[in-house]
Design a binder for this molecule. Structure first.
Ligand SMILES: Cc1ncc(COP(=O)(O)O)c(C=O)c1O
Length: 477
């Protein structure tokens, strides 16, 4: 297939993904991927437990360094495969469940209820009953949940364990906005007046989860929780754990300068000072009014030097107002169990999404479009675009595209919408991808594969398989 429009773009900017050795192996020996996409259909989510275990151990080693009692609860909302939950439990860690179904599936899988927590944003009676029946700790967010829980405990005669969600922390005199949880003062009143001596509802700890990725905000929130824990202790009310939720940054990209250049050049493109980087100069959330740009691209920060266990370490070694010791020391002195609920960061490098090329064509402006047997909900998060270069695997290796001219184009999907782009960024290919070739999207297990997947047009959902070095993949189970 020839194109006059897309074979030259010396201004193209790469965003090179980091790839774990298991991904490099599969990409280097692509016949297993080709065979498996034929068997399981396109797209196929291929995953590995090797990095998952490495990520869990990395977080644990930080807690071990500071001799902190701890447990890592995998936030399984980030990926629906039950395989990860079983692995987390086998390693002695826990699972944070966000719905009745997520909790029920973990219980059916035989995970010990003491390793499970429920943080669902909406808790139905059915969910409360299941949690209470199994003595699963419930994170309580509001008074109506507490009322419902009380009724469930009265009816069943069973005891409930409560971790109270707190929020609305102040940072530099400004309140951090949230729709979740009780303020510190509300929580104190509630615990002392309603829970401390309740016959059926036992207060066991505090929980928060902050939006965004600020280390100082997390440190400040922990400081305010410690003040509350101390105030409760003065009234002989013990707090057993402090759960600081998820939100540990991940680093997806291998090169800082690629990331910085992309952002700089995106703005230049929007101001028409250089050729476009995104489809029809999509601003990725930046607002342009009268040749002035406002705001930044609304995308996940894909390049991060402080990430995962380093991010946790930075929180624990922070100092907080009113105390002259670092956070880890404050928690250790009080014998508080530290809990975290990482989702995305435990899934770093655990998954790839592989899709088959269905067609090539040009749009009315002459842009090359590479159509995939996949839709955009099968690789979608709240980020305006997934800013990593895909890997192109030709199906006919003899017909290698190595010597071919570079082409530039956009990757589109199967939903019948003008907006149906798998990636908004212009992608460089070695030669033009052929029908039957594969594109591999790297590091998609955290949120990208499952969070927004839908079945419009009645397309089947993608299969989820696990790779452990064998010649066959194993289906998630
Ligand atoms: C309560 C709670 N815990 C944990 C997480 C997981 O966050 P992340 O995947 O960013 O680590 C979330 C994400 O929304 C959450 O709401």
């Amino acid at each position: 297939m020839t194109s006059t429009h897309n074979t030259k773009d010396s201004n193209h900017l790469p965003l090179t993904p980091i790839m774990h050795p298991w991904i490099q192996d599969l990409v280097a020996n692509s016949s297993l991927l080709h065979k498996s996409v034929s068997k399981f259909s396109s797209p196929l989510n291929v995953q590995s437990l090797v990095p998952f275990e490495e990520n869990i151990r990395a977080f644990k080693s930080v807690f071990d360094t500071y001799q902190l009692k701890h447990r890592v609860y995998f936030a399984r909302k980030a990926n629906k495969c039950v395989t990860y939950t079983k692995q987390a439990a086998e390693l002695g860690e826990g699972v944070d469940t966000a719905s009745f179904e997520e909790l029920a599936q973990c219980l059916e899988a035989g995970i010990n209820p003491t390793q499970l927590i429920s943080t669902a944003a909406v808790k139905t009676q059915r969910l409360m009953e299941l949690a209470v029946d199994n003595h699963v700790t419930i994170v309580i967010d509001n008074l109506d949940e507490l009322d419902l829980l009380e009724k469930v405990t009265e009816r069943t005669g069973k005891q409930a364990n409560i971790s109270l969600r707190v929020g609305g922390f102040t940072m530099d005199e400004v309140k951090l906005h949230t729709r979740f949880g009780f303020s510190i003062s509300e929580a104190k009143k509630l615990i002392l007046e309603n829970l401390a001596h309740h016959p059926k509802m036992e207060y066991v700890g505090l929980h928060f989860h902050l939006n965004g990725y600020s280390i100082p905000e997390r440190a400040s929130a922990i400081g305010q929780c410690i003040e509350l824990i101390d105030a409760l202790a003065e009234q002989d009310v013990k707090t057993f754990h402090l759960d600081i939720g998820g939100g540990y940054l991940v680093n997806y990209l291998s090169d800082r300068s690629e990331w910085e250049t992309f952002h700089k050049e995106l703005k230049r493109a929007l101001l028409e000072e250089r050729p476009e980087l995104t489809y029809r100069n999509d601003p990725l959330g930046i607002v342009k009014i009268d040749d002035t740009l406002y705001g930044e691209a609304k995308v996940y920060p894909y390049y991060n030097e402080v990430h995962k266990e380093g991010f946790l370490d930075s929180i624990l070694t922070s100092n907080v107002k009113g105390y002259d010791q670092p956070i880890y020391q404050l928690l250790r002195d009080r014998e508080i169990e530290m809990r975290i609920e990482p989702g995305r960061s435990l899934l770093d490098q655990t998954g790839i999404t592989v899709a088959r090329v269905a067609f090539r064509k040009h749009d009315s402006a002459g842009n090359l479009l590479v159509g995939l047997e996949m839709n955009r909900t099968q690789m979608k998060s709240s980020s305006a675009d997934f800013l990593l270069d895909p890997i192109h695997l030709p199906h006919n290796l003899l017909d290698s595209s190595d010597g071919e001219q570079e082409t530039f184009g956009y990757v589109v999907g199967a939903y019948c919408l003008e907006q149906e782009f798998i990636l908004l960024r212009k992608i460089k290919f070695q030669g033009t991808p052929a029908v039957g070739d594969l594109l591999v999207f790297v590091n998609t297990a955290g949120y990208m594969m499952h969070f927004f997947e839908s079945q419009a047009h009645q397309f089947a959902l993608a299969e989820n398989v696990f790779y452990s070095g064998d010649k066959e993949f194993r289906l998630d189970s």
